[in-house]
Write a protein that binds this ligand. Structure first.
Ligand SMILES: [Zn+2]
Length: 192
């Protein structure tokens, strides 16, 4: 359905929309980028070493084009293929629950959340029955599960926000995730 508006009204609406977005983003930017927060990457890179569950296609990376054209310009593009459940990734509720949400159904407000170390499950290089059992109950509860989180950084226990950014595979049972924690920087007191 389209709404007919006069041009001046359209301009007013456009201006107000911009004003709201700018005013909100500038305050969020101030919080995030004034130097008091650190960004901690909790993601393993995807390459030939990435671990995958059995019977799952490992990460296949194919170089397609890479080089200079005659005019001196550079162009590079590759292809990749992989199973859903490998490396740092998300298990959508649908992974273990036929009525559960698929990756593409998980709303953003459920993916940018207070960081809680208990939600981050590390399987390292071991493929553990325990982890799969945990994932089963997490998914059955309508929650998502994160696997193979890179936990070699010292993440503060309180005050962090987790950004869980899976590849938005519409019908996915899981997906690769870029996972980050944004945390207040820890500072030593000026004086004791
Ligand atoms: Zn998985």
């Amino acid at each position: 359905m389209s709404v007919n508006m006069s041009l001046p009204l359209q301009l007013v609406v456009a201006f107000l929309t911009c004003f709201v977005i700018v005013s909100h983003s500038s305050s969020l930017n101030k919080v995030l980028f004034d130097g008091d927060y650190e960004f901690i990457d909790l993601t393993y890179p995807f390459d030939a070493e990435t671990i995958y569950w059995p019977n799952t296609r490992s990460f296949e990376f194919t170089k397609k084009d890479e080089g200079y054209y005659e005019d001196g310009s550079w162009y590079a593009a590759n292809e990749f293929a992989a199973g859903e459940h490998g490396g740092t990734h998300i298990d959508a509720p649908y992974h273990f629950d036929a009525q559960g949400k698929q990756v593409g159904d998980i709303p953003l407000e459920k993916l940018i959340v207070p960081y809680d170390s208990s939600m981050l499950i590390q399987i390292g290089t071991q493929k553990s029955f325990f982890i799969e059992l945990t994932s089963y109950y997490v998914c059955k509860a309508g929650l998502y599960n994160l696997e193979n989180v890179k936990l070699d950084s010292d993440v503060p226990e309180y005050g962090c926000t987790a950004f869980v950014m899976p590849m938005k595979i519409r019908k996915g049972t899981g997906a690769p995730v870029r996972l980050a924690a944004v945390c207040p920087k820890r500072k030593l007191p000026d004086r004791f």
